[in-house]
Write a protein that binds this ligand. Structure first.
Ligand SMILES: *Cc1c(COP(=O)(O)O)cnc(C)c1O
Length: 389
């Protein structure tokens, strides 16, 4: 196994790969065994011990991508997130979490932590001072997510990492939206990086997986919790994910370029009220994004002018798919108030600035021109219908 590659695309293509000694095939062989020898072996292997040959191979690639010493692969993003949280928190501890969080993480925190006697607070904003204000003597973990969902706010990763270090608190970040191609939080002092590999790592809307990446000692701790909760990933999916990540650099670069072009186009469209994309110069956090991101990512959000019915607009689309989830090679759109943020009260949504007219747009790898044509024909269809009604 080789992990000492420098270039990101070389890491994507080759880091960790298994050598097919017997047949000299070009790709990692797939080992589906759930039973391995226990005598005269250096490691006792078992899928739920996170140490089958394919799991170990993929984890080397994941660690290399996140500039981490080690990584673990899980059966879903939530399996990775919940296991990491339950590793670093115990009864009597307190955690500070960013207010704008992935819905599943928010749900885990508000429905599960109290049962274990763990206290939590959410920040009121996403500035470093907002995190600082919530820290108590019992705070053990600080948790952030940037760019955030769905408004693409940017949190100062280095600022929060330094705050955590100063208070001897462990910092965890959900790096799903940026992907390791556009952001490496460990370089800015973050302790633990989490991913829903269901998104950019899988990238084809057909794999569900999660990642924890960190230093050896922290991964050892996460491992000890993980073998108890048992959220491991099947070796077949591990192997598929290794294949997907080979093209992640190319995919995310294309998606990021598409998002930038699309953000500029939407901003110039008179039927669009507002565009949220950290790559735009007028985005309030653009300067921080510029410092900590290698690219501004493939996700953006926009608000339609109020005379456009969002549901009718979705129905009129021909190429872009109105569907859940994100980060696939196909462009998709969704309405946060009807999906990811449906469980949130109207009041909370208003506080976060999530309107019914808001659309979250996950850019795929299609040509930007085709995507723009689709949006234009859909808008004109909806507008004509309104005029003639
Ligand atoms: C999807 C997602 C998750 C959860 O991942 P699953 O693979 O669905 O469990 C966590 N964080 C973010 C930002 C996500 O988009």
């Amino acid at each position: 196994m080789k992990t000492d590659y420098k270039g990101t695309n070389t890491i994507c293509a080759h880091a960790g790969e298994l050598v097919d000694k017997e047949f000299k095939g070009a790709v990692s062989p797939l080992y589906m065994s759930t039973s391995y020898a226990f005598e005269d072996v250096p490691v006792k292997r078992y899928p739920r011990y996170f140490n089958t040959p394919n799991q170990e191979a993929l984890c080397k690639k994941l660690a290399a991508l996140e500039h981490a010493e080690a990584a673990l692969i899980f059966g879903s993003g939530m399996a990775a997130i919940s296991t990491a949280l339950m590793t670093f928190l115990k009864a009597g501890d307190h955690i500070v979490l960013q207010q704008t969080l992935y819905g599943g993480t928010y749900n885990f925190v508000v429905t599960q932590l109290e049962k274990y006697g763990i206290e939590y607070s959410f920040t009121t904003g996403w500035e470093v001072d907002d995190f600082k204000r919530e820290i108590r003597p019992s705070t053990k973990v600080v948790y952030l997510e940037t760019p955030s969902n769905p408004l693409l706010t940017i949190t100062d990763v280095k600022g929060v990492a330094e705050l955590a270090q100063k208070h001897s608190i462990i910092s965890l970040i959900d790096n799903t939206f940026a992907s390791p191609i556009n952001q490496n939080p460990i370089d800015f002092g973050i302790d633990v990086v989490l991913h829903s590999a269901t998104k950019y790592m899988g990238g084809h809307s057909d794999i569900c997986a999660g990642v924890v990446a960190s230093a050896h000692d922290k991964i050892k701790e996460v491992f000890n919790t993980a073998i108890c909760f048992g959220g491991s990933l099947s070796d077949y999916t591990v192997w598929l994910l290794e294949r997907s990540i080979k093209t992640m650099g190319l995919r995310v670069e294309a998606q990021t370029k598409n998002a930038m072009k699309m953000a500029k186009y939407l901003k110039s469209n008179n039927d669009i009220e507002k565009v949220y994309y950290p790559g735009l110069k007028n985005h309030p956090d653009h300067e921080i994004a510029k410092v900590q991101m290698k690219g501004y990512g493939g996700m953006l959000s926009f608000e339609m002018k109020d005379y456009i019915d969002v549901s009718e607009f979705f129905k009129a689309l021909k190429l872009i798919k109105p569907s859940m989830s994100l980060a696939g090679i196909e462009s998709t759109m969704l309405s946060p108030t009807k999906t990811s943020h449906a469980l949130m009260s109207e009041d909370d949504r208003r506080k976060q600035g999530i309107k019914d007219s808001l659309i979250r747009f996950s850019l795929g790898i299609e040509e930007t021109e085709d995507l723009i044509l689709d949006i234009e024909q859909a808008i004109s269809k909806v507008k004509n219908r309104t005029v003639h009604a």
